[in-house]
Design a protein. Structure first.
Length: 546
């Protein structure tokens, strides 16, 4: 029956099925780089998917209490659906806005007997599977709440599930239409940069929302709010889908039926518009446009500046690679700059209750409100290394295997470059913030020495656990967002105990602090030796993966 339905739409079922399966395998297969004898690709891919969507479920549960406590399902529906639609739109932009339609599609499929309609449905299926899973994870707990809030109400729960699903589909189609329409008048490379910086701006809202929203919103107070419907409110798209909840409650007035009909009309119109945007002919035009240079000239003189520290050998090669990857690879640059919103958010939260506390002055009183700033410093190196291995240009990593370069030194060189050119400037910025509040240069220097040694150790540990060549693995949808969420939600757990020990016993005792500094330096030296052995063994078994 399903096959007949697909064919009735003018789509070749076998081609649609094959294209969709290949696209989904490429999206959800493992990108860990582990060899077959360590963990099967199927098991690793399933593990990554489960962890990723478990994080999304946890995020969606943030406002689920509002559903249980609120007496106005329309108001709670607007809040929940607004949150879900915004989160879906942000994550779609962050993860794969630049590959909604790829210039490579025409090069791969252009000579095949694939109709434009079949290509459209396969591409649309691929995009909607991703966003459907995302919306299902974000809305899982709120939808369950609708089933049981105020007694068992299955019709209300089903309407909430449909509203969540269709609202995210509408958001996805809108992004597809807007993104591909802009490509008609803007060069793909320039638009990619604009979208990239838009992602950076949106990161402030993503990270800020996760931590500030629960503090700003009082669920108990919100549960007592009721909303008055008006014509202006009906112009708000989440209200269209929230009207499904009203219909499920038996309210079939004009202000309930009309917004629900508007949502259906919007879906039909956006689907029709997306039909021309996801066509194979459009991919052909995009491929031709991408092949045309923007006409801008890049200066090569600045590349020599990375040789001030890394002067030769594999270290020099990796320094040039990482530096130019940061300059020309939009995704990698934004992955690094994406740490900025997290730091700004932590600084804001730290200074929300007064100046940052000097641990040498409070003497055992803890880091106080500056705890999150220290946490950001410790989390920064692992988050950086997480983004250093993946790239859309991973196929160019064949050069690692065709030159006499020592692959172990390449991995360690990438780690050293990241520490010298990213972590140290970051520590200098944090040092300037500390000096502004501490007014004691000696306290700032000792503080930065401890943080620098710890940051270097965590960087070594990140490479030890995942010793991969730089930019040698394919980037996956959801990998960046899920990685950030794991760092935000689970990264602090291991650092809390360490920071507690430092604040309570180490910083108040100058003699103990001296021994700790020597111990951290020795630990870093020992870790470097262990890392050298580990990387040499690991890189010796690596093979080029096309």
């Amino acid at each position: 029956m399903f096959r007949a339905l697909i064919r009735s739409l003018g789509v070749d079922y076998e081609q649609w099925r094959a294209l969709t399966r290949v696209a989904l395998k490429l999206d959800f297969r493992t990108a860990s780089g582990l060899s077959a004898h360590q963990r099967s690709e199927k098991t690793e891919g399933a593990y990554q998917i489960v962890v990723r969507y478990a994080i999304y479920v946890a995020l969606g549960a943030m406002l689920s209490g509002l559903v249980w406590m609120s007496g106005d399902v329309f108001f709670s529906g607007i809040i929940i659906l607004s949150y879900t639609m915004v989160m879906t739109g942000m994550m779609v932009l962050v993860d794969f806005a630049a590959v909604v339609v790829s210039p490579d599609d025409f090069a791969i499929l252009g000579y095949q007997p694939v109709s434009s309609r079949t290509f459209f449905f396969s591409r649309l299926t691929n995009v909607l599977v991703y966003t459907t899973l995302l919306s299902a994870a974000l809305g899982l707990i709120p939808v369950i709440m609708y089933f049981f809030a105020g007694g068992f109400r299955p019709l209300l729960g089903l309407s909430a599930a449909v509203a969540t699903l269709l609202s995210c589909v509408c958001t996805t189609l809108l992004l597809v239409v807007v993104y591909t329409s802009v490509l008609k008048v803007v060069h793909p490379n320039r638009l990619r940069r604009v979208i990239g910086y838009l992602q950076l701006v949106l990161s402030f809202f993503i990270f800020g929302g996760y931590s500030l929203l629960p503090r700003m919103l009082n669920i108990e107070r919100l549960s007592q709010v009721t909303i008055t419907k008006s014509a202006w409110l009906m112009a708000y798209p989440p209200a269209w889908f929230a009207s499904y909840l009203e219909l499920a409650m038996g309210r079939w007035g004009k202000l309930e039926v009309v917004p629900a009909l508007l949502s259906i009309v919007a879906l039909i119109v956006l689907a029709g518009r997306a039909r021309g945007k996801l066509a194979l002919e459009y991919s052909d035009r995009l491929s031709a446009a991408a092949a045309v240079s923007e006409g801008s000239k890049k200066s090569a003189s600045a590349a020599s500046r990375s040789g001030l520290i890394f002067r030769g050998g594999e270290a020099r090669a990796v320094a040039l690679l990482v530096r130019n990857q940061f300059k020309y690879d939009q995704k990698f640059r934004l992955a690094v700059l994406g740490i900025v919103p997290l730091t700004v958010m932590y600084l804001y939260m730290g200074m929300d209750h007064g100046p940052l506390a000097d641990p040498f002055v409070v003497r055992g009183g803890g880091f106080g409100n500056s705890f999150l700033v220290y946490l950001a410093v410790l989390m920064f190196p692992p988050m950086l290394m997480m983004n250093l291995t993946a790239s859309d240009s991973y196929q160019a990593s064949w050069i690692y295997y065709s030159t006499p370069a020592d692959r172990g030194r390449l991995v360690r060189g990438a780690k050293d470059f990241v520490f010298m050119y990213f972590v140290l400037p970051y520590l200098a910025f944090i040092g300037a913030v500390f000096q502004y509040y501490f007014r004691n240069l000696w306290h700032v220097v000792l503080n930065l020495c401890v943080l620098g040694l710890l940051s270097h150790f965590f960087l070594q540990l990140a490479v030890f656990l995942n010793p991969l060549l730089p930019f040698s693995q394919p980037a996956r949808k959801g990998q960046r967002t899920a990685g950030y969420m794991m760092a935000i939600l689970f990264g602090p757990i291991g650092a809390i105990l360490l920071l507690f020990v430092l604040s309570r016993w180490i910083f108040p005792n100058r003699i103990l602090l001296g021994f700790v500094l020597l111990g951290l330096a020795g630990l870093s030296w020992l870790m470097e030796k262990l890392l050298q052995v580990r990387v040499e063994r690991r890189t010796a078994s690596l093979e080029y993966q096309d």
